[in-house]
Design a protein around this ligand. Structure first.
Ligand code: ADP
Ligand code: MG
Length: 240
């Protein structure tokens, strides 16, 4: 299903382990997980609640660290970076889209999109230009001055996608981005993510429960009890 099986590997995990401590107990979540995602691939991850999907995305995006194993993204072993190096890496190399948007309520759409650029050293004029371009890409240039409360859920998620791509990262990670949206807004978000992949060559890592979302992906895997399996056959073949 991957349109370019020769594309270089962008994300590579080897033997990744992660557990959490809860009370006096250790809860193993990932127990030696390995995974490869190619540049330009649209990769969907499914699996039951609590199976570790968000944990896996956080590790790949450098928001958390594994207990063991290696994670390479774009040739950088992020597990070997210092905190400062990891922060700098994240600012440029990965965009994160959350289920509940996580926009700052007192900032306008444009200011929200501009935020990640404050970590990049671009001057104000360039920051504005990049933020405006990203808002245009998600079709919301005309809402630039609106605060999140004046936008629908679907529009807020489009602003969040603009924020995720404003630094032009090769990798966009989305954790159930359509989970809180009606069917038609969800469709628009999926169109956008698919477009980032096909038109801009972004690598998309999407966690979803929506079979319609997974059907658009090149690769579909399910995470269950710490193991990744091919989930394509679980989808209705009629609708692929
Ligand atoms: P999913 O996204 O697949 O629903 P998560 O990755 O959020 O699963 O969580 C996997 C398991 O790890 C769950 O049992 C969850 O309660 C636990 N967990 C996740 N994050 C933490 C944390 N920071 N501290 C303690 N337990 C956590
Ligand atoms: Mg989750």
């Amino acid at each position: 299903m991957n349109p370019d099986a020769e594309a270089p590997v962008l994300v590579e995990l080897a033997g990744v382990r992660k557990s959490f401590r809860r009370g006096g107990e250790t809860l193993p979540v990932l127990e030696g997980l390995s995974l490869r995602v190619r540049r330009g691939e649209f990769f969907a991850l499914m699996g039951p609640s609590g199976s570790g999907k968000s944990t896996l995305l956080h590790l790949i995006a450098g928001l958390d660290r594994p207990d063991a194993g290696a994670i390479r993204v774009g040739g950088v072993e992020i597990t070997a970076l210092s905190e400062a190096e990891l922060t700098a890496w994240r600012a440029r190399r990965v965009g994160f889209v959350f289920q509940f948007y996580h926009l700052i309520p007192v900032l306008t759409a444009l200011e929200n999109v501009e935020l990640p650029l404050l970590l990049t050293g671009l001057d104000r004029r360039r920051r504005r230009a990049h933020a405006e371009l990203a808002l245009e890409l998600v079709g919301l240039a005309d809402r630039r001055g609106h605060t999140p409360a004046r936008l629908s859920g679907g529009q807020q998620q489009r602003v969040a996608i603009a924020r995720a791509i404003v630094t032009d990262p090769p990798l966009v990670v989305a954790d159930e981005p359509t989970g809180d949206l009606d069917r038609s807004s969800a469709g628009e978000i999926l169109d956008l993510l698919e477009g980032l992949c096909t038109n801009l060559g972004k690598t998309i890592l999407l966690v979803t429960h929506d079979p319609r979302a997974a059907r658009r992906a090149h690769t579909v895997r399910a995470l269950d009890k710490g193991v990744l399996t091919d989930a394509r056959e679980a989808l209705d073949p009629q609708c692929r």
